[in-house]
Design a protein around this ligand. Sequence first.
Ligand code: HDE
Length: 730
Amino acid sequence: MAKKTSNKNSSPAQQENDKTNKLESFVADSTGQFMTTNHGVKINDDQNSLKAGDRGATLLEDFILREKITHFDHERIPERVVHARGSAAHGVFKVYDDLSEITKAAFLCDTSIETPVFVRFSTVAGSRGSSDLARDVRGFAVKFYTQEGNFDLVGNNMPVFFIQDAIKFPDLIHAVKPEPDNEMPQAASAHDTFWDFISQLPESAHMIMWAMSDRALPRSYRMMEGFGVHTFRFVNAQGVSNFVKFHWKPLLGVHSVAWDEAQNISGKDPDFHRRDLWDAIEAGAFPEWELGVQIVPEEDEFKFEFDLLDPTKLIPEELVPVQRVGKMTLNRNPDNFFSETEQVAFHIGHVVPGIDFTNDPLLQGRLFSYTDTQLIRLGGPNFHEIPINRPVVPVHNNQRDGYMRQTINRGKTSYGPNAIAANDPQQAKAKEGGFVSYNERIDAKKIRARSRSFFDHFSQARLFFNSQSDPEKNHITDALSFELGKVKAVEIRERMLALLAEIDKNLAAEVAYALGLHIPKIPLKELNNSIPADGDRSEYASTNPEGSLAKSEALSMAGTIKDTIQTRKVAILAADGVDEKSLSKVKDALITEGAVVHIIAPKLGKIISEGNVQITVDESFLTAASVLYDAVYVPGGGNSVATLEAEANAVHFLNEAFKHCKAIAADEQALQVLESTYFYKKLPAEYSKETVLREGVLVSADIKNLASTFIEMIGMHRFWERENPRKIPA
Ligand code: HDE
């Protein structure tokens, strides 16, 4: 009976690495094996329990039944208190150039080293079974299995955070989670307790702009940026430190879906992001990101208008450019969701020599939280021995015992100094790779306070808003109108309007209009209720300086990568009698460019073309939905066109795709299907390529040209500009 290898679907060269090879010794495969008990005894009857007679009571003696039920009874562990819903993949990271001038982290200093990684993406608020498409921040946690131990970069897809001090984290999360009396709503911030909290916490203003923007509705985990958020330190071999902000830049660009679409996807396929990541990797379309760093020399610590230690601030790329220093490729799906994705334990405190912390008070609090949470979640102090958490280098930590200890430590000593074992394991000198904390000078009084340098709560919120394109601004307005519209308490809505007015008067006015309210005038000093009992309200007032930068291009998604259709999903609507050439030419052109194409017909099975060719159907109108695709094509063919025109689901498919601003193309023969839609009569009468690229709808008899323009259109991802002027019911 053969023992299998776990990487069954892989092209092995790309997927074997130090970590996956080490995981292999823990992999079990039952192919061709006998079923056994936990203790290896072969089982003869797994269908019936042991009874006293045919119809008799079950016997306590039945160790097979007891063992099976007992294990089942204990199968669940607590979900993560935040970021419970997530998906992960294996991959590798390689640095482009030797960075030893700024860090001694070996995996960043040698271009020949390929470091295995395990990456988990997540939402924050929802529970483990919630929808991927909630409006939420996304976690972006990367574990690098380096030759100097594990380095975890536990980031998000937004570069700032809601709060400045870790002590407020439980409050933030209690406010956003379902309300405690009735446990509603699931995976949503659109409720009173969240906005009650936020409306009294001006430091959240910048993050609220991000969370209400399209960044909170990614098209795919593969199309998100990632950020370390805090300012970290790089330290080189000479002990020189530079501040560093970490970025991940996706090679497919940064793209999102529409809010209405997100809500629909939550019903049609709540696993949308999870499936997308899985399918792309299975298809060999490996997701890639470049690691970016913004470096600030120590002596420049105070040269900015904001405090580098304040996690509600980013460093605009115009001030400090992002240098792309390496590439991460995800190339293997996990073998087992629980063992890998669920049991992986990230910790911001997992650093290697050359990477160190700053005094960002949010970062400092996180340094405590992550180990602490694993103790309850994974059940004890030996969670580092779970296969996915083990480093690829040996562990000799002098620890012993504890629940579920797996290492069999040989010898008598688990203490030091010891003479019995000649002081093994030995401490490592810095030059031998021992971790030495950065020698930061600290000369201060112990004080429970917030630095005045953290009090500008609005200038970067405004910078973010002003940097958005018009459609992106509209989406923020709509998102706030939706979220606050779901809030029942009028005073919470009003406080939010006062906060928004500090960011942008028009934004506040538009949201106020949607809520049917006026913007109250609340002085800055009264906006912040997050003050100590003995605090003087005026001293805790936010400041709201103009800020010297009017715009930062990098904050908008409008200028992102738009010249690839790799892995985009395209629907071809067809029925019996379709023009096979019209269908195949477009399909082949799309596949050549890396798109995934599905043929959707009134029923599953095959359709027969005009010329009697059988074409396999991928989905029916019952199983497919336009929200699960990026673009739609309708080929010609008299009977097919007549069927689709009369098929309400096909017309709805097109209407909905139009509403969500997707690229739509039709063979001229299929014009009458488009004419049955709500949108067709709203399009401009004249038809140039320019109109097509503005409106995203193309009808042509020249299929070759149609295919190439359609590809260009899909690359643009969405035609947000048409959204408001061409509103349609769908
Ligand atoms: Fe986390 N966070 N966090 N967080 N966080 C957790 O650790 C916490 C924060 C982030 O895929 C928990 O293992 C505190 C910022 C990600 O497994 C917990 C504070 C950022 C993940 C925890 C923060 C993050 C977590 C829950 C404020 C972006 C998922 C389960 C001081 C830079 C990792 C766990 C995964 C998970 C605490 C704020 C990112 C409870 C106390 C800021 C991506 O330890």
